[in-house]
Design a binder for this molecule. Structure first.
Ligand code: B1M
Length: 213
Protein backbone atom coordinates (compact mmCIF):
# COMPACT_ATOMS: atom_id res chain seq x y z
CA UNK A 1 0.00 0.00 0.00
CA UNK A 2 1.09 3.58 -0.60
CA UNK A 3 1.58 5.90 2.37
CA UNK A 4 -1.76 7.59 1.65
CA UNK A 5 -3.56 4.23 1.44
CA UNK A 6 -1.97 3.08 4.68
CA UNK A 7 -3.11 6.27 6.46
CA UNK A 8 -6.69 5.74 5.30
CA UNK A 9 -6.53 2.08 6.32
CA UNK A 10 -5.55 2.85 9.95
CA UNK A 11 -8.84 4.75 10.24
CA UNK A 12 -10.86 2.06 8.46
CA UNK A 13 -9.29 -0.79 10.46
CA UNK A 14 -9.31 1.17 13.71
CA UNK A 15 -5.68 0.31 14.45
CA UNK A 16 -2.73 2.44 15.56
CA UNK A 17 -0.06 -0.17 14.75
CA UNK A 18 2.46 1.85 12.67
CA UNK A 19 0.23 4.95 12.59
CA UNK A 20 2.60 7.46 14.17
CA UNK A 21 5.58 6.51 12.01
CA UNK A 22 3.44 6.92 8.90
CA UNK A 23 2.05 10.25 10.12
CA UNK A 24 5.62 11.46 10.66
CA UNK A 25 6.51 10.33 7.14
CA UNK A 26 3.47 12.12 5.75
CA UNK A 27 4.50 15.30 7.58
CA UNK A 28 7.64 15.36 5.43
CA UNK A 29 5.42 15.61 2.34
CA UNK A 30 2.23 17.42 3.31
CA UNK A 31 0.99 20.13 5.66
CA UNK A 32 -0.86 18.56 8.63
CA UNK A 33 -4.29 19.77 7.52
CA UNK A 34 -3.87 18.16 4.10
CA UNK A 35 -3.16 14.84 5.82
CA UNK A 36 -6.39 15.19 7.80
CA UNK A 37 -8.54 16.42 4.89
CA UNK A 38 -6.96 13.93 2.45
CA UNK A 39 -6.17 10.32 3.46
CA UNK A 40 -7.62 10.40 7.00
CA UNK A 41 -10.97 11.86 5.87
CA UNK A 42 -11.00 9.37 3.00
CA UNK A 43 -10.72 6.62 5.62
CA UNK A 44 -13.56 8.18 7.63
CA UNK A 45 -15.76 8.35 4.52
CA UNK A 46 -15.14 4.65 3.97
CA UNK A 47 -16.03 3.96 7.63
CA UNK A 48 -19.27 5.90 7.09
CA UNK A 49 -20.02 3.87 3.98
CA UNK A 50 -19.34 0.52 5.67
CA UNK A 51 -21.34 1.58 8.74
CA UNK A 52 -24.25 2.55 6.51
CA UNK A 53 -24.11 -0.88 4.86
CA UNK A 54 -24.11 -2.58 8.27
CA UNK A 55 -20.62 -3.88 7.63
CA UNK A 56 -19.29 -2.16 10.77
CA UNK A 57 -20.77 -1.98 14.25
CA UNK A 58 -20.70 1.07 16.54
CA UNK A 59 -17.82 -0.38 18.61
CA UNK A 60 -15.71 -0.59 15.46
CA UNK A 61 -16.62 2.92 14.37
CA UNK A 62 -15.57 4.12 17.85
CA UNK A 63 -12.14 2.59 17.27
CA UNK A 64 -11.93 4.41 13.94
CA UNK A 65 -12.91 7.64 15.69
CA UNK A 66 -10.18 6.96 18.26
CA UNK A 67 -7.57 6.62 15.47
CA UNK A 68 -8.81 9.86 13.89
CA UNK A 69 -8.59 11.69 17.22
CA UNK A 70 -5.12 10.30 17.98
CA UNK A 71 -3.95 11.35 14.50
CA UNK A 72 -5.30 14.88 14.87
CA UNK A 73 -3.62 15.13 18.30
CA UNK A 74 -0.33 13.94 16.79
CA UNK A 75 -0.53 16.43 13.91
CA UNK A 76 -1.76 19.37 15.94
CA UNK A 77 1.66 20.56 17.23
CA UNK A 78 2.82 20.78 13.59
CA UNK A 79 0.00 23.07 12.51
CA UNK A 80 0.68 26.68 11.70
CA UNK A 81 -0.04 28.99 14.55
CA UNK A 82 -0.63 32.67 14.07
CA UNK A 83 0.83 34.47 17.06
CA UNK A 84 -1.63 37.29 16.69
CA UNK A 85 -3.54 39.05 19.41
CA UNK A 86 -6.85 37.50 20.42
CA UNK A 87 -9.31 38.15 17.59
CA UNK A 88 -12.40 37.11 19.47
CA UNK A 89 -14.08 34.55 21.65
CA UNK A 90 -16.11 31.74 20.11
CA UNK A 91 -18.22 29.21 21.96
CA UNK A 92 -18.49 25.77 20.35
CA UNK A 93 -20.98 22.96 20.92
CA UNK A 94 -22.30 19.82 19.31
CA UNK A 95 -26.08 20.21 19.48
CA UNK A 96 -28.47 18.33 21.74
CA UNK A 97 -28.80 14.63 20.95
CA UNK A 98 -25.60 14.39 18.94
CA UNK A 99 -22.33 12.85 20.17
CA UNK A 100 -20.15 13.46 17.09
CA UNK A 101 -17.30 15.73 18.07
CA UNK A 102 -14.29 15.09 15.83
CA UNK A 103 -15.27 17.83 13.37
CA UNK A 104 -16.08 20.30 16.15
CA UNK A 105 -12.79 19.60 17.88
CA UNK A 106 -10.96 20.15 14.59
CA UNK A 107 -12.71 23.51 14.30
CA UNK A 108 -11.52 24.29 17.85
CA UNK A 109 -7.90 23.49 16.93
CA UNK A 110 -7.96 25.57 13.75
CA UNK A 111 -9.62 28.56 15.40
CA UNK A 112 -7.49 28.50 18.54
CA UNK A 113 -4.32 28.23 16.46
CA UNK A 114 -5.42 31.35 14.62
CA UNK A 115 -6.08 33.80 17.39
CA UNK A 116 -9.48 32.83 18.76
CA UNK A 117 -10.25 32.04 22.35
CA UNK A 118 -12.49 28.97 22.33
CA UNK A 119 -14.98 27.83 24.91
CA UNK A 120 -15.80 24.25 23.96
CA UNK A 121 -19.02 23.10 25.64
CA UNK A 122 -18.71 19.52 24.39
CA UNK A 123 -21.42 17.27 22.99
CA UNK A 124 -25.21 16.90 23.34
CA UNK A 125 -25.51 20.53 24.44
CA UNK A 126 -29.13 21.59 24.97
CA UNK A 127 -30.12 25.20 24.21
CA UNK A 128 -30.54 25.98 27.96
CA UNK A 129 -26.90 25.09 28.58
CA UNK A 130 -25.81 27.16 25.60
CA UNK A 131 -27.79 30.16 26.87
CA UNK A 132 -26.34 29.85 30.40
CA UNK A 133 -22.82 29.59 29.01
CA UNK A 134 -23.44 32.55 26.70
CA UNK A 135 -24.43 34.72 29.67
CA UNK A 136 -21.34 33.62 31.58
CA UNK A 137 -18.81 33.80 28.74
CA UNK A 138 -20.14 36.59 26.51
CA UNK A 139 -18.64 35.14 23.31
CA UNK A 140 -18.49 37.09 20.03
CA UNK A 141 -19.99 34.17 18.13
CA UNK A 142 -21.49 30.73 18.70
CA UNK A 143 -20.45 27.67 16.67
CA UNK A 144 -22.82 24.72 16.39
CA UNK A 145 -21.88 21.33 15.03
CA UNK A 146 -24.11 18.39 14.18
CA UNK A 147 -23.81 15.34 11.96
CA UNK A 148 -27.17 13.67 12.25
CA UNK A 149 -30.18 14.59 10.13
CA UNK A 150 -32.06 15.29 13.36
CA UNK A 151 -29.25 17.66 14.40
CA UNK A 152 -30.10 19.94 11.49
CA UNK A 153 -33.63 20.19 12.98
CA UNK A 154 -32.12 20.70 16.43
CA UNK A 155 -30.19 23.68 15.07
CA UNK A 156 -33.48 25.34 14.12
CA UNK A 157 -34.78 24.83 17.67
CA UNK A 158 -31.50 26.06 19.13
CA UNK A 159 -31.61 29.21 16.99
CA UNK A 160 -35.20 29.87 18.12
CA UNK A 161 -34.28 29.41 21.78
CA UNK A 162 -31.24 31.67 21.49
CA UNK A 163 -33.40 34.34 19.87
CA UNK A 164 -36.02 34.05 22.62
CA UNK A 165 -33.22 34.53 25.15
CA UNK A 166 -32.36 37.81 23.38
CA UNK A 167 -29.10 36.56 21.90
CA UNK A 168 -28.13 37.83 18.46
CA UNK A 169 -24.37 37.24 18.02
CA UNK A 170 -23.44 35.48 14.76
CA UNK A 171 -23.95 31.71 14.71
CA UNK A 172 -21.59 29.53 12.72
CA UNK A 173 -23.02 26.14 11.78
CA UNK A 174 -21.36 23.07 10.30
CA UNK A 175 -21.58 19.30 10.00
CA UNK A 176 -22.37 16.61 7.49
CA UNK A 177 -26.18 16.80 7.57
CA UNK A 178 -26.26 20.54 6.91
CA UNK A 179 -26.17 22.50 3.68
CA UNK A 180 -25.79 26.15 2.87
CA UNK A 181 -29.36 26.16 1.56
CA UNK A 182 -30.81 24.57 4.71
CA UNK A 183 -28.93 27.12 6.79
CA UNK A 184 -30.26 30.02 4.76
CA UNK A 185 -33.85 28.89 4.34
CA UNK A 186 -34.51 27.02 7.58
CA UNK A 187 -32.19 28.20 10.35
CA UNK A 188 -31.46 31.86 9.52
CA UNK A 189 -35.14 32.97 9.41
CA UNK A 190 -35.52 31.78 13.03
CA UNK A 191 -32.76 34.01 14.37
CA UNK A 192 -32.11 37.73 14.68
CA UNK A 193 -28.36 37.66 14.10
CA UNK A 194 -26.36 36.23 11.20
CA UNK A 195 -26.34 32.45 10.65
CA UNK A 196 -23.41 31.30 8.56
CA UNK A 197 -22.68 27.88 7.11
CA UNK A 198 -19.12 26.50 7.12
CA UNK A 199 -18.40 23.47 4.97
CA UNK A 200 -15.24 22.58 6.87
CA UNK A 201 -12.94 23.86 9.60
CA UNK A 202 -10.92 26.13 7.29
CA UNK A 203 -14.11 27.64 5.92
CA UNK A 204 -15.12 28.22 9.55
CA UNK A 205 -11.86 30.12 10.10
CA UNK A 206 -12.43 32.25 6.98
CA UNK A 207 -15.90 33.16 8.19
CA UNK A 208 -14.68 33.95 11.71
CA UNK A 209 -11.97 36.18 10.22
CA UNK A 210 -14.52 38.03 8.09
CA UNK A 211 -16.69 38.56 11.17
CA UNK A 212 -13.82 39.86 13.26
CA UNK A 213 -12.56 42.27 10.57
CO1 B1M B 1 -21.99 8.26 13.62
N1 B1M B 1 -23.15 8.66 12.10
N2 B1M B 1 -23.50 7.65 14.65
N3 B1M B 1 -20.68 7.82 14.96
N4 B1M B 1 -20.67 8.59 12.33
C1 B1M B 1 -22.55 9.31 10.93
C2 B1M B 1 -22.67 10.84 11.03
C3 B1M B 1 -23.42 8.70 9.75
C4 B1M B 1 -23.50 9.60 8.51
C5 B1M B 1 -22.85 7.32 9.41
C6 B1M B 1 -23.66 6.58 8.36
O1 B1M B 1 -24.67 6.00 8.65
N5 B1M B 1 -23.24 6.57 7.15
C7 B1M B 1 -24.80 8.49 10.46
C8 B1M B 1 -25.75 9.68 10.40
C9 B1M B 1 -27.02 9.38 9.64
C10 B1M B 1 -27.85 10.58 9.57
O2 B1M B 1 -28.46 11.02 10.51
N6 B1M B 1 -27.86 11.14 8.39
C11 B1M B 1 -24.36 8.17 11.88
C12 B1M B 1 -25.16 7.49 12.82
C13 B1M B 1 -26.47 6.95 12.31
C14 B1M B 1 -24.76 7.31 14.17
C15 B1M B 1 -25.55 6.64 15.31
C16 B1M B 1 -27.05 6.98 15.37
C17 B1M B 1 -25.33 5.14 15.20
C18 B1M B 1 -26.06 4.27 16.20
O3 B1M B 1 -25.88 4.40 17.39
N7 B1M B 1 -26.89 3.43 15.67
C19 B1M B 1 -24.81 7.17 16.55
C20 B1M B 1 -25.36 8.53 16.95
C21 B1M B 1 -25.28 8.78 18.39
C22 B1M B 1 -25.70 10.21 18.69
O4 B1M B 1 -25.11 11.16 18.18
N8 B1M B 1 -26.73 10.35 19.49
C23 B1M B 1 -23.44 7.36 15.99
C24 B1M B 1 -22.28 7.24 16.74
C25 B1M B 1 -21.01 7.40 16.25
C26 B1M B 1 -19.74 7.09 17.04
C27 B1M B 1 -19.87 7.46 18.52
C28 B1M B 1 -19.47 5.61 16.92
C29 B1M B 1 -18.66 7.90 16.23
C30 B1M B 1 -18.45 9.34 16.75
C31 B1M B 1 -17.27 9.47 17.67
C32 B1M B 1 -16.97 10.92 17.96
O5 B1M B 1 -17.26 11.85 17.23
N9 B1M B 1 -16.39 11.10 19.11
C33 B1M B 1 -19.34 8.02 14.86
C34 B1M B 1 -18.64 8.35 13.66
C35 B1M B 1 -17.13 8.42 13.77
C36 B1M B 1 -19.31 8.60 12.43
C37 B1M B 1 -18.73 8.84 11.02
C38 B1M B 1 -18.27 7.49 10.51
C39 B1M B 1 -17.56 9.83 10.92
C40 B1M B 1 -17.80 11.22 11.52
C41 B1M B 1 -16.49 11.97 11.65
O6 B1M B 1 -15.92 12.07 12.73
N10 B1M B 1 -15.94 12.47 10.54
C42 B1M B 1 -19.96 9.44 10.25
C43 B1M B 1 -19.96 9.13 8.78
C44 B1M B 1 -19.25 10.21 7.98
O7 B1M B 1 -19.32 11.37 8.31
N11 B1M B 1 -18.60 9.79 6.95
C45 B1M B 1 -21.09 9.01 11.10
C46 B1M B 1 -14.66 13.19 10.52
C47 B1M B 1 -14.89 14.68 10.89
C48 B1M B 1 -13.57 15.45 10.82
O8 B1M B 1 -15.79 15.21 9.94
O9 B1M B 1 -17.52 15.75 11.71
O10 B1M B 1 -18.08 15.89 9.23
P1 B1M B 1 -17.09 16.03 10.32
O11 B1M B 1 -16.57 17.54 10.36
C49 B1M B 1 -16.21 18.21 9.18
C50 B1M B 1 -17.32 19.08 8.60
O12 B1M B 1 -18.61 18.52 8.75
C51 B1M B 1 -17.14 20.41 9.25
O13 B1M B 1 -15.73 20.49 9.45
C52 B1M B 1 -15.14 19.19 9.54
C53 B1M B 1 -14.00 19.06 8.57
O14 B1M B 1 -13.10 20.11 8.60
N12 B1M B 1 -17.77 20.72 10.53
C54 B1M B 1 -17.85 22.02 10.94
C55 B1M B 1 -18.30 19.95 11.47
N13 B1M B 1 -18.75 20.67 12.48
C56 B1M B 1 -18.48 21.96 12.19
C57 B1M B 1 -18.76 23.14 12.90
C58 B1M B 1 -18.37 24.34 12.33
C59 B1M B 1 -17.74 24.37 11.09
C60 B1M B 1 -17.47 23.22 10.38
O15 B1M B 1 -18.56 25.52 12.93
C61 B1M B 1 -19.09 25.58 14.22
Amino acid sequence: LSLEERLASYVVEGTKEGLYADLDEALQKYPPLDIINGPLMKGMEEVGRLFNNNELIVAEVLQSAEVMKASVAHLEPHMEKADSAVKGKIMLATVKGDVHDIGKNLVEIILSNNGYKIVNLGIKVPPEQLIDAYRREKPDAIGLSGLLVKSAQQMIITAQDLKTAGIDVPILVGGAALTRKFTKTRIAPEYDGAVLYAKDAMDGLDIANKLSD
